[in-house]
Structure formats: structure tokens, C-alpha cells
Design a protein around this ligand. Structure first.
Ligand SMILES: O=C(O)[C@H](O)COP(=O)(O)O
Length: 247
């Protein structure tokens, strides 16, 4: 049996302001830092050890991982940063307030933008300064690999290759893997691992900064998944995420 731990970054400044973030590179808040450190303390108290950690190229996930590893006294662990673990690109919604958008377009439309499997938000123009085509960290990627918007299906299409060529081989080789990522890159992975249908994934929300443990069989099929710590608090935090898109 293998164990894999996923953690969504702690609260970010734009989570606090309830703004669509996507590939915008925002900082953690003090609450977000505290959540990351509490997650590390919990993992340590429960006896978790890791051999390698993976994260995105966005600082809210990177800093979450760093604080978590520091709280575990495991700052020295090797870390791989992979853009394919980035948050889903939120296109023209990046920077806009979620509740304001619900007031303007209705809760149902915002739910489609946030949670539908295959309807992306409106795309950004390639030269829009809110986009990432000019960002040096993606300079080595083909320009069209840097999205102008993404639906969850598009996010699955980049997260699963990362699973297939990096994460799954690491786990199968016996390495204990921690992944610090984002609400929708984690939803993409969960959809794949648990084989969740396109309609049912709409109801899946990931709380900030709570370790999600997968127990996997020899073929990396899930046996069990659970949040570490207070399950009721995790469910409440997930419900609060769902409500962020309401007027
Ligand atoms: O990019 C964002 O806005 C958040 O990190 C995830 O947002 P969501 O819960 O609205 O999909």
C-alpha cells in the first residue's frame, strides 16, 4: 500500500479578497501561513515522512510547501516545481471578485465557470497584462501551452501527464510523495484517481491547507481517502469554498 498526501495552499491574499486567481502569482496571508504550518505540525504528529515533494510554480503553493516542511523539520527534502500543477487558468475572470460576478451574472453562471467540467470562462487576449504569455517562468514552453483560459477538462489534460511521467513513477518506486498544489489542479487529480464523473466533480471543493491522504494499492488505485485532523472542520471549510461563488 502506498500513501500520497495532497495539500491545497493556505489562504492567499486573493482568497481573502474573494477574487478569481488562477495563474496570478499572489502571496499567502498570515492565516495561510498559519494553515500551512499547522498542516506540517499535524503531519509530523501523525508520523508522516516524505522522500520528495512536488508543487507548482506559483508562490502560494511553494510557500505553503516550505512552511509545511519547516514545521516538520524537513526543509531539506527535494522539491520539484512543475507548472503542470498550477491552478486552473481562470481566463478573463482573473482578478475579478467572485461574489460580484455572481451578482452580475447570477450564481448559476458562476457555478458553471467555477465548477463545470468542460465550459471554460471567457478567454483573455494573448497580450492582456493579466495573462502569463509574457511571464519569464514560462518562457521555455511553447506559447500556446500557456493558457488564456481553462476549464477543468483542460487542467486534467496537463495534470494527468504530470501524474503519468513524474508522480506515479515516483510513488511506484517507493518514494513517499507530498504534493502542494491548488483547488482545481487537486480536483483534476482527484477526478482521475477516484474516477469521478463529469457531473459529480461539480460538487467537489478543496479546503485550504488541510492534508488530504490517499491510500493507494499496488496499481495506484485508491483504497481510501481522508482529510487529516478534524473531518468536520474540513467538510465545513470545503462548504465555505463552494459558497465563495454566491451573490
Ligand atoms: O484560482 C482561484 O480563484 C482559486 O484558487 C480557486 O478558485 P475556485 O474555488 O473559485 O475554483
Amino acid at each position: 500500500m502506498y500513501k500520497l498526501v495532497l495539500i491545497r495552499h493556505g489562504e492567499s491574499t486573493w482568497n481573502l479578497e474573494n477574487r478569481f486567481t488562477g495563474w496570478t502569482d499572489v502571496e499567502l496571508t498570515d492565516t495561510g501561513i498559519a494553515q500551512a504550518r499547522a498542516a506540517g505540525a499535524l503531519l509530523k504528529a501523525e508520523g508522516y515522512e516524505f522522500d520528495v515533494a512536488y508543487t507548482s510554480v506559483l508562490k502560494r503553493a511553494i510557500h505553503t510547501l516550505n512552511h509545511c516542511l519547516d514545521a516538520m523539520d524537513r526543509d531539506w527534502l527535494p522539491v520539484v516545481k512543475d507548472w503542470r500543477l498550477n491552478e486552473r487558468h481562470y481566463g478573463g475572470l482573473q482578478g475579478l471578485n467572485k461574489a460580484d460576478m455572481a451578482k452580475q451574472y447570477g450564481d448559476a453562471q458562476v457555478l458553471v465557470w467555477r465548477r463545470s467540467y468542460d465550459t471554460p470562462p471567457p478567454a483573455l487576449e494573448a497580450a492582456d497584462p493579466r495573462g502569463q504569455r509574457q511571464d519569464v517562468r514560462y518562457a521555455k514552453l511553447p506559447a500556446d501551452a500557456v493558457p488564456l483560459t481553462e476549464c477543468l477538462k483542460d487542467t486534467v489534460a496537463r495534470v494527468i501527464p504530470a501524474w503519468d511521467d513524474a508522480l506515479a513513477p515516483a510513488i511506484k518506486s517507493g518514494q513517499r510523495v507530498l504534493i502542494a498544489a491548488h483547488g482545481n489542479s487537486i480536483r483534476a487529480l482527484i477526478k482521475f484517481l477516484d474516477n469521478i464523473g463529469d457531473d459529480d466533480i461539480v460538487g467537489v471543493n478543496i479546503p485550504n491547507g488541510i492534508p488530504l491522504v490517499y491510500e493507494l494499492d499496488a496499481d495506484l488505485k485508491p483504497i481510501k481517502r481522508y482529510y487529516l485532523g478534524d473531518a468536520e472542520a474540513a467538510a465545513k471549510a470545503a462548504a465555505a469554498v463552494a459558497n465563495q461563488g454566491k451573490a
